[in-house]
Design a protein around this ligand. Structure first.
Ligand SMILES: [Zn+2]
Ligand SMILES: [Zn+2]
Length: 332
């Protein structure tokens, strides 16, 4: 059921098959020259017809959509973009940092698969798990109909849609080109996957997301801290109110996790895989995870370890073709 949260601003609910998240929550906003949809859902028949039904609830059809804004190109947010564009010609807008992933993930992933394999191996993934982890994300490609953006954003723009004036906030971390939309007058923010009410988004280091993604993520949380917001409209779970409180909780969560990982390494040297397999994940044990979840846990672990390297707490050492981490303090 579409819910009108504010005048002309609706929350939709589109199912995600076989996912503990259950739904993605696109937002539909009435504009002067047509409606804007923020995120859209996976490309499955169920998701497409759910979206179709929800538009009908509001009294419109796909033909009334003029624009599709995408917070980031993960399949649950971007999967239907190509189909929507084909059906009604809506223009697709994403952050420029997400544009490259459309080709490398969804159109020609062969090169990425090769890089992924050597990267997993050097971070300690055992030979018998390598193939499963390497191709873990491939089935997801079926849920995406890729399309090129008609327009890209950099952050800092203002987008006028009917009663609303959304400022674009570039919030890298969960994905390098993730964006949020903030309306200063209405005091609302659409946070995509960046800030969710009870779960924390995966922030991972992987061949397409090098550098210091956790550092980027924590800085992106801080960027939202000064915003005066009454309501937060996330892309999963439910609407919530206390943005600043939630930002603090998420920062504490990563701090705790970092402490746990440093304790696991102790005075020894560990690969990312070793640390990931001993971390107490909220969603179950590493050993019980599917290959897709194991890979996400490994890249989340490596994001923390890389952040600790940047903070001067850990150093990276190479040993027998493996990348290992050790405490800096342990040597001094
Ligand atoms: Zn995502
Ligand atoms: Zn998502």
């Amino acid at each position: 059921m579409a819910t009108e949260l504010l005048p002309g601003l609706y929350q939709l609910k589109v199912p995600i098959p076989n996912s503990p998240l259950k739904w993605v929550l696109p937002y539909l906003i009435r504009g002067d020259g047509g409606y804007t949809l923020v995120d859209c859902g996976w490309n499955t028949p169920e998701a497409f017809s759910a979206l179709d039904d929800e538009l009908h609830d509001v009294g419109i059809t796909f033909n009334d959509l003029s624009t599709l804004l995408v917070t980031h190109v993960h399949p649950d947010h971007y999967g239907l973009a190509g189909r929507i564009k084909e059906v009604c010609g809506a223009r697709v807008i994403i952050h420029q940092r997400e544009r490259d992933f459309i080709r490398s993930r969804y159109r020609q992933p062969e090169q990425l698969l090769e890089r992924m394999s050597s990267w997993l191996r050097e971070h300690g993934v055992p030979a018998d798990e390598l193939e499963d982890l390497q191709s873990a994300a491939m089935p997801v490609r079926g849920f995406v109909v890729p399309t090129e953006p008609d327009h890209v954003l950099w952050g800092g723009e203002t987008i006028d849609i009917g009663l609303y004036k959304f400022e674009v906030y570039w919030t890298p971390g969960h994905s390098p080109g993730h964006i949020c939309f903030f309306d200063r007058t209405q005091r609302v923010i659409l946070t995509g996957d960046h800030v969710l009410p009870t779960i924390t988004p995966n922030v991972g280091l992987h061949p397409q997301q090098m550098g210091n993604p956790l550092g980027d993520y924590l800085a992106s949380l801080q960027r939202l801290d000064p915003l005066e917001v009454d309501d937060v409209f996330p892309a999963h779970e439910h609407v919530f109110k206390d943005l600043q409180g939630r930002l603090r909780e998420i920062a504490v969560h990563h701090d705790d996790r970092m402490g746990e990982m440093l304790r696991i390494i102790g005075d020894g040297r560990s690969t990312g895989y070793q640390v990931a397999s001993q971390t107490a994940w909220a969603t179950g044990t590493f050993q019980s995870f599917s290959s897709w979840m194991r890979r996400a846990a490994l890249s989340e672990t490596l994001a923390h370890l890389e952040y600790a390297v940047q903070e001067g707490l850990l150093r990276q050492v190479r040993e027998d073709d493996l990348v290992k981490y050790e405490r800096v303090a342990a040597k001094e």
